[in-house]
Design a protein around this ligand. Structure first.
Ligand SMILES: C=C(O[C@@H]1C=C(C(=O)O)C=C[C@H]1O)C(=O)O
Length: 427
């Protein structure tokens, strides 16, 4: 299915379109800005009514200006008191992955796609916080559980990369698509001129015709190159008491939020496994029927966010703890990204496995859920493993233990190239 919204311009939107959100359900490509929304969802803790009205008004203005079936598309930050970056595109196309792939294959015959072109060389890499500080923060958080009601807090870090030449976000996006066949792929411009690019495995919420779907993930393990080992690792994750507990906190909280909003809600009692190219996750597929079918995907997403998958439990206290120990602003990382139409249908993914690209600089992000049984070393390793999705897309290999590296260490990273190629095949 392809729905095009014409506004004078002809021709389909190509793989180079500046705004994209692609899922197994719908692929949306968009261009041009008819309206822009830069308010916070909830500036003062009083709720999102003003924000939701602004979105409805922007959709109406776009209709008045001739956009036939407008959608709102963009990203909402982790911190809901910070401005969102949503647009009502001038023109968009919706299709399935199959249709998109077939059309892109045709395009590629006339203009070859770019996933195989070389990426600029890495000049430096710097983790905020560095390994020792991150592990110390894990210890602080675990210690805090003894003296507070907090049961889980998600700690994250940022990896800042500097490359030798400007990075082409379209190319990184093409590489992400080539290396990760499923999930939620996104590429969006941000207010400051940077671009947000990622391949998230996690669905915050999707609604269609009064039904809702959510697929929270929590509890993770790194994929292994050897098939037998990979199976063992996935099995251990499924049996792990620590990961099961971490996951159950997320599911219980999502059920608490959704139950009063649904006529029927199906929450499977046990998680299953979901794999990406780099990771295994515990996953629960939730489905429900909305009590009020007029409730929009964006309203639901704002009710659910931040789930304990990216923040912790209980939410408010976990957020305070994160603010105390995390030494950087998350920005759009661990917020939500997606789209919503005028009827309230839409799809919002959790903004993880992503990066912020600005000229020669890229910031990558990854977090891990900390519970009482967490071990600092393994939580650090989990963030390393999660970063691999974007590192592969950017074509960067870090020496295994590196958290900070400058041009002098780049040569030793090059020596790892053979190893990388293998892990790229896997990832
Ligand atoms: C925060 C991230 O991932 C989240 C945390 C997970 C975990 O702690 O196991 C798993 C999936 C996500 O909900 C990330 O990928 O950066």
């Amino acid at each position: 299915m392809t729905i095009s919204v014409p506004s004078g311009e002809e021709g389909r939107l190509s793989a180079q379109a500046t705004m994209q959100f692609l899922s197994a359900h719908r692929c949306v490509r968009a261009e041009g800005v008819a309206e822009r929304i830069c308010l916070p969802v909830d500036a003062d803790g009083q709720g999102d009514a003003r924000f939701q009205r602004a979105v409805a008004e922007a959709l109406q203005h776009a209709r008045n200006r001739g956009v036939a079936k407008p959608i709102a598309m963009g990203a909402i930050p982790f911190d809901l008191s910070q401005p969102v970056y949503l647009t009502i595109p001038h023109r968009y196309e919706m299709s399935t992955r199959e249709t998109l792939a077939a059309m892109d294959a045709l395009d590629a015959q006339s203009a070859p796609s770019r996933p195989t072109a070389p990426m600029p060389a890495l000049l430096s890499a710097h983790s905020v916080p560095e390994a020792a500080r991150f592990k110390q923060a894990v210890q602080q958080v675990v210690a805090n559980f003894q003296f507070s009601d907090i049961r889980k807090a998600v700690l994250s870090r940022m990896l800042e990369l500097e490359l030798a030449a400007p990075v082409d976000a379209a190319q990184v996006f093409a590489r992400l698509m080539a290396q990760n066949s499923s999930g939620y792929h996104f590429r969006l411009p941000l207010a400051d001129g940077a671009e947000l690019v990622g391949a998230s495995p996690e669905l915050l919420v999707r609604t269609e015709g009064g039904r809702l779907y959510s697929n929270p993930l929590a509890g993770s393990a790194k994929r292994q190159g050897n098939a037998e080992l990979d199976f063992q690792v996935s099995n251990a994750l499924l049996q792990s008491g620590k990961d099961g507990y971490e996951h159950s906190l997320v599911i219980q909280d999502i059920e608490r939020v959704l139950a009063p909003l649904c006529r029927a809600l199906d929450v499977p009692p046990q998680p299953t496994l979901l794999s990406t190219a780099a990771m295994w996750h515990l996953s629960t597929r939730i489905e429900g029927e909305l009590a009020d079918p007029a409730m929009t995907a964006l309203q639901l997403a704002c009710r659910l966010h931040p789930t304990p998958a990216v923040c912790g439990y209980p939410t408010r206290l976990a957020r305070k703890l994160i603010e105390l120990v995390e030494p950087f602003e998350r920005g759009m990382f661990s917020g939500m990204v997606g789209w919503c139409d005028g009827e309230g249908n839409g799809e919002w993914a959790v903004t993880i496995r992503c990066g912020r690209i600005q000229d020669k600089r890229i910031q990558l992000f990854a977090g891990a859920g900390i519970v009482a049984d967490s071990c600092p070393e393994s939580e650090w390793a989990e963030t390393q493993a999660k970063l691999q999705t974007m590192l592969n897309a950017v074509g960067v290999t870090l020496p295994p233990a590196a958290t900070t590296m400058t041009t002098t260490t780049v040569a030793s990273a090059a020596a790892n190239a053979v190893h990388t190629q293998r892990s790229e095949e896997l990832a």
